[in-house]
Design a protein around this ligand. Sequence first.
Ligand code: GUN
Length: 302
Amino acid sequence: MNNSMNNILDGKQTSLDLQSEIAQKVETIVSSGGKKPHLAAVLIGDDPASKAYVGHKIKACAKAGFESTIINRNTDISQTELLEIVQDLNDDKSIDGFIVQLPLPDHLDSTEVVQAVSPEKDVDGFHPESVGKMALGLPTYLPATPAGIITLLDRYGIKTTGMHAVIIGRSDIVGNPMSALLSRNAEPGNCTVTQCHSRTVNLREHTLRADLLIVAIGRPNFITADMVKEGAIVIDVGINRIPDPTRKSGSRLTGDVDYENVAPKCSWITPVPGGVGPMTIATLLENTLQASLLKSNASSEK
Ligand code: GUN
């Protein structure tokens, strides 16, 4: 039975709205003699998904009037060489913020790399100082994917206070920060949060109790209709490439949720593509604009 109204949370359009708001701010800054925000992205190796994500980020920079720089290195780069790149970016006064696209090839230590990023330029919000500030509710750069989800809920006027949020995933990029943001004393937020992961027993018992279900596990069609409560809000963070012979490319993108069968049960749901992904990009631009403004304020006070 489909008792619920099914509404799509259009991340693509919301992201475009945000990006044009950001572009207007940049125009104002530049026309009054200020500097364009400048984002750098470090891309190691040739993982097609990482290449595509970085490509989207750089394209969005151009559209918003930002400067951008891609630093592309082969998979065989050493840890020392990568740390040198990070240090150069920390020292480069023309760069406001930068990201090192994850995951890195196995021989590289991403924890050490993330810790080498200067917190002032950590527009990904992955440095321990940024994560600690987020946990304490202090101003900092918030990780773009979970912060983008919060913005999406906010832009749709969805009130989450008192909801039972169930998050599936415990990555530092999505699951963990999502849990911190949804349990904060703020709106959207103020949820009672259950965080599930690959070792959770009886997952369905948890997901069925979710008013707000956030899925970031990286497995296509992992969440089926029998796991979702009638009227739930479902946020699908998964981006999985699966074979599809009907497509010219032979494949297509799909989320972690069996959209076709889950959507009719939901009050709101994010599609893949066009849901969470574009919100990540808009949030990264917001963080970079913020970094640029903080830097220009700091230098004008000197
Ligand atoms: N890999 C997947 N998501 C992200 C992200 O938001 N930032 C970086 N640097 N890498 C990622």
